[in-house]
Design a protein around this ligand. Structure first.
Ligand SMILES: [Zn+2]
Length: 110
C-alpha cells in the first residue's frame, strides 16, 4: 500500500498541538507535545518523509552506471552478476543501507 503523496506540511490543529497534513489538506497524523519537547522537530521530520523517500529512491536508482555488461555500483564498484540480473554490493555500501531504509519506509519485509 502506498503512502499519501507528498509534500506534507506541519500545522497546528484546534484540539491537538501539532498536526501533519497532506497537500490536499487531509490529516496525516497528530503529535502530542505535552510531554515531548522534541515533538515539533519530530513533526518536521515526519512531514519531510515523502520527499526524503523519493530523493533516496532516486539516489539509489542513480547509483548504477549505465555501461551495459559492465554496469557497476558507483559507490562500491561492484559489478553486475554473471547472469546479468543483479549486483552484489560490498559490505558497507551505502546503496545497501539505503535500500534497507526504503524497504523499512514502505513496510515490506527484507
Ligand atoms: Zn554498492
Amino acid at each position: 500500500m502506498a503512502h499519501t503523496p507528498g509534500p506534507w506540511h506541519v500545522g497546528r490543529a484546534i484540539h491537538w498541538p501539532i498536526e501533519i497534513f497532506s497537500e490536499d489538506q487531509n490529516s496525516i497524523c497528530y503529535l502530542d507535545n505535552s510531554e515531548n519537547t522534541d515533538s515539533e522537530d519530530n513533526a518536521k521530520l515526519i512531514a519531510a518523509a515523502p520527499e526524503l523517500l523519493d530523493m533516496l529512491s532516486k539516489l539509489v536508482a542513480d547509483a548504477y552506471c549505465e555501461k551495459g555488461y559492465n554496469c557497476c555500483c558507483t559507490y562500491c564498484d561492484a559489478k553486475l552478476s554473471d547472469d546479468g540480473l543483479d549486483i552484489t554490493h560490498e559490505d558497507g555500501c551505502l546503496v545497501l543501507d539505503a535500500k534497507k531504509v526504503i524497504t523499512k519506509a514502505k513496510g515490506k519485509d527484507e
